[in-house]
Design a protein around this ligand. Structure first.
Ligand SMILES: Cc1cc2nc3c(=O)[nH]c(=O)nc-3n(C[C@H](O)[C@H](O)[C@H](O)COP(=O)(O)O)c2cc1C
Length: 141
């Protein structure tokens, strides 16, 4: 069985520092997640993070505890955690996706003028994951 945790959080750094933070986070995630057989996706836009982590349950819970203590973000809220059958982000130790018009359109359909991951739950969260699955990955500038 594979465990999945999805959460929302808010960036604390200035916009310039954030690009540096993202590079560091993704470099660390690429190595650490690979070694611990963790995969997932990180979406960043408008000062909010959305991340989904998938892997062995204790590994995922331990990583979430380190991430929770990270001062580069705050107000971390777990949106969903459950057992899943298949990894959704195969070949990605951490797929990175940045602000996309499809995401803005998706939130507009939900009645939100902007990307607000705290609104995601149940069906809307699954739908958002599908969008991220279908979207091309990026590297932080
Ligand atoms: C939004 C966000 C997502 C992160 N995702 C990961 C990740 O997927 N894998 C990882 O190893 N570290 C990730 N980190 C970094 C960890 O929070 C932390 O820096 C790392 O686990 C090292 O913690 P330590 O210095 O307490 O050992 C992320 C940090 C943030 C702010």
């Amino acid at each position: 069985m594979i465990y999945q945790i999805c959460y929302a959080s808010e960036a604390t750094s200035s916009n310039e520092q954030l690009m540096v933070d993202l590079r560091e986070i993704l470099t660390r995630a690429m190595h650490f997640n690979y070694v611990h057989e963790i995969q997932g996706v990180l979406y960043y836009a408008d000062r909010y993070f959305f991340q989904c982590l998938e892997g062995e349950k204790t590994q995922i819970l331990d990583l979430l505890e380190s991430i929770r203590k990270d001062a580069r973000h705050e107000n971390l809220k777990v949106l969903q955690q459950k057992d899943i059958e298949h990894m959704n982000f195969k070949d990605w130790s951490m797929k990175f996706v940045r602000k996309r018009s499809e995401v803005k359109a998706f939130f507009a359909e939900m009645g939100s003028a902007r990307f607000d991951p705290y609104l995601l739950e149940g069906e809307s969260l699954e739908h958002f994951l599908l969008i991220l699955k279908d979207t091309e990955a990026e590297t932080p500038a």
